[in-house]
Design a protein. Structure first.
Length: 121
């Protein structure tokens, strides 16, 4: 596991999928594919596994159960904390049908970030 600037194991970054009809999923998948070249720390996606698989079929996607699962598989697949979405995402065509998943992803990201103990400055 990569180290933080303090020398302790770094926690993975959480990335919200954003609007699935927008460029968020494409940017996330491109970042994962360039993870070694860019020396990116482990990250996981909060969003729909099915949407990511459909929009980027060349990206191996793996559902995780908790953020802690991310580091062990980051080298082999893009980790996703799955938030199911009943609707399909169509690139370039935002839909109210995906809004609930987007809001839930953001809500979950906030909840996860509030669990982190920030350093005393």
């Amino acid at each position: 596991m990569p180290l933080s600037t303090t020398g302790n194991p770094a926690k993975p970054l959480a990335v919200s999928i954003g609007e699935p009809a927008g460029i968020g999923p494409e940017i996330i998948c491109k970042a994962w594919h360039s993870r070694e070249e860019e020396k990116l720390p482990p990250f996981f996606v909060l969003g729909s596994t099915a949407i990511l698989e459909k929009l980027s079929p060349t990206t191996p996607v793996q559902e995780i159960q908790a953020p802690e699962d991310c580091a062990d598989l980051f080298d082999q697949a893009l980790p996703v904390l799955d938030i199911p979405c009943a609707a399909e995402a169509v690139p370039g065509s935002p839909s109210q049908a995906t809004a609930a998943m987007v809001i839930q992803a953001l809500d979950q990201a906030v909840k996860l970030s509030l669990k982190i103990k920030l350093p005393d400055w």
